[in-house]
Design a protein around this ligand. Sequence first.
Ligand SMILES: NCc1[nH]cc(CCC(=O)O)c1CC(=O)O
Length: 313
Amino acid sequence: MSDSRLLRIGTRNSPMALAQVERVRGMLADRHPEVTVDVMSMSTSGDRWLGDLAALGGKGAFTKEVDAALVAGDVDLVVHCVKDVPGDRPAPAGTVMAAYLTRDDVRDCLVHPGGLRIEQLPAGTRIGTSAVRRVAQLALHWPHLVPVAIRGNANSRLAKLDAGETYDALLLAVSGLQRIGQAERITHPIDVDTMVPAVGSGTLVLQCRDDDTSTRDLAASLSDLRTGQETVAERTMLHILQGNCHSPIAALARTEPDGRLSLRARVISLDGKTVLDVHEWAADPITLGTSVAAALLRQGARDLLDLPTHGLA
Ligand SMILES: NCc1[nH]cc(CCC(=O)O)c1CC(=O)O
């Protein structure tokens, strides 16, 4: 028997984030009954600012305050959606990604009050989404649909949809709706080859201070190796492309039956007219992510992503 201990978990205070922490609490209760969890939830700049996220610089708007509590020692562990962790900067100094939890459904889905699938929507249907990755893939496959910018957490988006004023349907992550108990709102989960997901979709990461070995060990006991490898492959690519939430980048790594990894990635212009598409296989996630990023750059990703030139061009 180990000694009892208190684990302070920091999180964003949206319903989805609180559900994510409850999942972690449940996993700990099963495997480490000696641990008592105390949740410290907080609002983030991304929750408070409902304008364009670009105005905040787009750098970790949903993670910054929570990470600061970890660095300050106010909490021992934080839970983030990998999708919300910026790809173009390292984790805050002194912190480490200690575990990736088994990945949930990675797909995006349509929520349409009339129960329609996306290919059934008439021209001019207004689709609530601000994600450039979704906007670009909408333009690629369904140029007759009209993306409408939207902010706020998933619950508030559903409420606005029900009010029926600003848009006719929503594009959201399946996993997010499942976490907030709203999966029955899904009318069409879109296959991953049509709507390639975001890097880190459906994946939760546990982050702690790198010198806190006891919390690191606790977190590591919950981690899923496959999800970790897939995440590293996707995020290595994202890091090389300096991707952030304004980059029209989509990618999905998968562990194949033979144990090798595959990584499929797209960089798409916002009008959907230019699509770079790469699919490669490798045994090592860093090799794979690097190779896919290099292939995308050779196809011209730098122009689509408006990467810094470092004085070269
Ligand atoms: N800030 C958006 C965000 N970050 C993570 C999720 C969903 C869960 C996930 O993919 O891990 C969502 C909502 C959405 O895209 O619908």
